[in-house]
Design a protein around this ligand. Structure first.
Ligand code: SF4
Length: 736
């Protein structure tokens, strides 16, 4: 029998998505990937991929991939370049030339302004352990660079959840099929958590109801039994109002509360003020809807809450997540298999991060300590020059601030596209356009950010390097094996920072570690070849190579020993209980109980007199933030919403705007020109636009031209969904 000309390699989708799919890549005998498919053996992936990654080879083999290092041509200024003409600003150089020049420049900047004037900027362009943060962290620690506070996505919600439960754990995704009620709060399951959807469908076939709370009628909301179109930023009021109804009607689980929680009496006192009538005035619901929701949630068992990160991207989003997270503790929903809740499962993966990231290397830096902390959600402010009067908000984490606060003179971007995704885009671009800022970008494509680069370095996709990965939507460790060689001279993050460290003269052996060595360190492999990390003691690299995925220890026998977090024993909070009342907040002089305040930028604030519409900067279902947005096939899937401003008919009529008219959307930070799409998928007073590349937009900016750098109440995260705007008609729809 002749050998097959194809081999199948197990990889893991490293895009920023809770599902972390096992991906089988078929590679032909010429080393070219010819097919990607979901791993049928993975209990969550279940053999299928989402629409964006099913077309992943369009990205891998896109003719526009950056294949070689590029250097800005002498005399060419920084700034937006038309799509397709970016190459005119750059010339090809060798890796040797690029690495030598970058190392020399970083050394000069560190000597002249101090190493903290160098700022790394990265996020979850890849969420593999190595790709997200390993050799890069070692490099910047050893250099003494500023540390980046990675707050842009989930920090407010994550910190809030931990205040209640100590750790980010949740109901296993597979168990949602057992629920009788699924409450999707700010969670577009059908759009961007697609492997939870089959579980929800199975639950519904068994009689479960699906309730969706979301200001926007997402795909999930459109399929729900009940869609509650809450006003943006009022989620905490609703959760506190639900608690009041539950307590008034005696629907709480006293046994669970007595055994597992702390601060119930204080919480009961706090929620008394949240009458259904008051909550109705904030949320736009009726008092009887609030009562009905609370009763249905508290009396249906099992009730599963899927809370996602949209809720926490509001000014008081931390308090909102805290209040919502308390609901399953109040009703004892954790006790019923298939009930409970999930924001993230990431707390279950106890990688040996110290070994991987080596913060101790900072002791060998010229600073002799870790660098200052700069908040990525306030990049525009961070890039403003010291003394300009613009800087000031800083990290948002006061204890990490240092008195000596030099201007940023070098920006090193990887795994991110800040000129498009960071809030207050015009401020970010002003900063990035500074002539005295040295910028390096490691990327797959020429993006809004590479328009500001001095050097562009070609990056690798998850098919092109080895990594290990957990998930924030399931409990499986997976090995991502390299399936193909990177095209051209594209290289992984690990390779890049290892090479650069050596050019900088960093002599520590750890800068020569291979990806395989880093994986062994992440797993803390012991003498018997098994991991020594909590929950991973049964895992070996050999088994991972063979099986692709292995469940964490507590999830090995889901049928006979199901995992139900927060149901017994000690909860990892200061009190050892689920905390309704936070002792740690109290000790900092902060409010120890959840509360509701309307966002400054909302219909309830002063600014609404000038900018009366609440603006939702939505993510496209078929892009991953800005990844995929440059690919024609993906753009086609988003054609109906792309470059549109969705408006309620009442808001459009009040402004004389008709469907298809060109409109101007603006506030004090910026403006956009979009085409009106009139529909009733939003509450009155709320408009929505979708994230896109600025350079692919008619007005040369995207939704972040309107968003602000104001930070969340907990976690100092980004507040994308607390944005006020006004809208006016520019021109009528052109006849077709
Ligand atoms: S983006 Fe999410 S759903 Fe799509 S393949 Fe990746 S992990 Fe799976």
């Amino acid at each position: 029998m002749s050998a097959s000309p194809f081999r199948v390699v197990h990889t893991v989708c490293s895009h920023d998505c809770p599902d972390s799919c096992g991906v089988l890549v078929t590679v032909n005998d010429e080393g070219r990937a010819v097919k990607v498919a979901g791993d049928p053996k993975h209990p969550v992936t279940q053999g299928f991929l989402c629409g964006k990654v099913a077309k992943y080879l369009d990205l891998v083999y896109a003719p526009e991939r950056i294949l070689y290092p590029l250097k800005r041509k002498a005399g060419v200024g920084k700034g937006p370049l038309p799509r397709g003409r970016e190459h005119e600003a750059f010339e090809r150089v060798s890796w040797d030339e690029a690495l030598d020049a970058i190392a020399a420049r970083l050394k000069r900047i560190a000597e002249e302004f101090g190493p903290e004037s160098i700022l790394p900027y990265s996020y979850a362009g890849t969420i593999g352990v190595l790709g997200f943060g390993s050799m890069d962290r070692r490099f910047f620690h050893r250099l003494g660079a500023s540390q980046l506070d990675r707050t842009i996505c989930s920090e407010a919600g994550g910190e809030a959840w931990k205040l209640v439960y100590g750790k980010k754990l949740g109901t296993p995704t597979e168990d949602f099929r057992l629920a009788k009620l699924v409450l999707a709060w700010g969670a577009n399951i059908h759009g961007n958590n697609v492997h939870l959807w089959p579980m929800v469908e199975q639950a519904r076939r068994n009689g479960a109801r699906l309730i969706v709370i979301d200001p926007y009628k997402t795909r999930t909301a459109a399929l729900a039994d009940w869609h509650i179109a809450i006003r943006p930023g009022t989620d905490a009021a609703l959760a506190l109002g639900m608690m009041r109804v539950i307590l008034n009607e005696g629907l709480e689980d006293r046994a669970y509360i007595d055994e597992m929680t702390h601060g119930f009496a204080e919480l009961a006192e706090r929620v008394r003020e949240y009458t259904p009538e008051r909550v109705a005035a904030w949320t736009g619901m009726t008092a009887s809807e609030i009562e009905q929701l609370a009763r249905e949630y508290a009396t249906t068992k099992p009730a599963a809450l899927r809370l996602n990160y949209g809720v926490q991207r509001a000014e008081f989003g931390g308090n909102a997540v805290r209040a919502i997270a308390m609901l399953p503790a109040l009703t004892g929903a954790w006790k019923h298999r298939g009930g409970g809740g999930q924001l993230s499962t990431s707390g279950a993966f106890e990688w040996d991060k110290k070994a991987v990231e080596r913060p101790d290397l900072a002791l060998a830096s010229p600073l002799g300590r870790l660098g200052r902390v700069v908040n990525m959600s306030a990049l525009g402010e961070a890039l403003a020059v010291q003394g300009s009067g613009v800087r000031g908000q800083g990290s948002g984490k006061a204890e990490a601030r240092l008195e000596d606060d030099p201007s940023v003179h070098a920006l090193f971007v990887y795994n991110s596209n800040p000129a498009a995704v960071a809030p207050n885009q015009n401020a970010v671009r002003r900063g990035m356009a500074r002539d005295d800022l040295f910028t390096v970008v490691h990327e797959l494509f020429l993006t809004d950010t590479t328009d500001y680069a001095d050097y562009i370095l070609p990056a690798a996709t998850f098919l092109e390097h080895t990594d290990i990965q957990g998930a924030y939507g399931h409990y499986f460790v997976q090995l991502s094996q390299q399936a193909i060689e990177p095209p051209g001279e594209a290289r992984s993050n690990v390779w890049l920072f290892s090479q650069l460290a050596q050019r900088m003269g960093f002599e520590e052996e750890c800068f020569r570690d291979t990806a395989e060595a880093l994986i062994r360190q992440a797993l803390a492999i012991g003498a018997d070849k098994h991991s020594t990390n909590a929950g991973m003691e049964h895992i070996t690299i050999e088994d991972l190579k063979e099986q692709g995925h292995i469940p964490l220890g507590f999830h090995l026998s889901p049928e006979t020993a199901p995992f139900q977090p927060y149901t017994s024993g000690c909860v990892p909070t200061p009190s050892g209980k689920v905390e309704f009342y936070s002792e740690s907040l109290a000790s900092q002089g902060l409010d120890p109980l959840p509360d509701f305040k309307p966002p400054t930028e909302s219909r309830f604030g002063e600014l609404a007199k000038r900018f009366p519409l609440e603006f939702l900067s939505r993510k496209a279902d078929n892009y991953m933030n800005t990844t995929f947005a440059n690919l024609d096939g993906h753009r086609k899937m988003e054609a109906r919403k792309s470059q549109r401003l969705e408006m309620h008919p009442a808001d459009a009529e009040a402004r004389g705007i008709g469907d298809g008219d060109v409109v101007r959307v603006w506030n004090d930070r910026g403006e956009l020109k979009l085409t009106a799409l009139i529909n009733a998928r939003l509450p009155v007073g709320v408009v929505a636009g979708q994230m896109d590349w600025a350079k692919l937009s008619a007005s040369g900016g995207n939704v972040n031209a309107l968003t602000s750098e104001r930070l969340t109440d907990i976690g100092a995260g980004a507040t994308f969904y607390s944005t006020l705007v006004e809208v006016a008609k520019v021109s009528a729809k052109q006849p077709q």
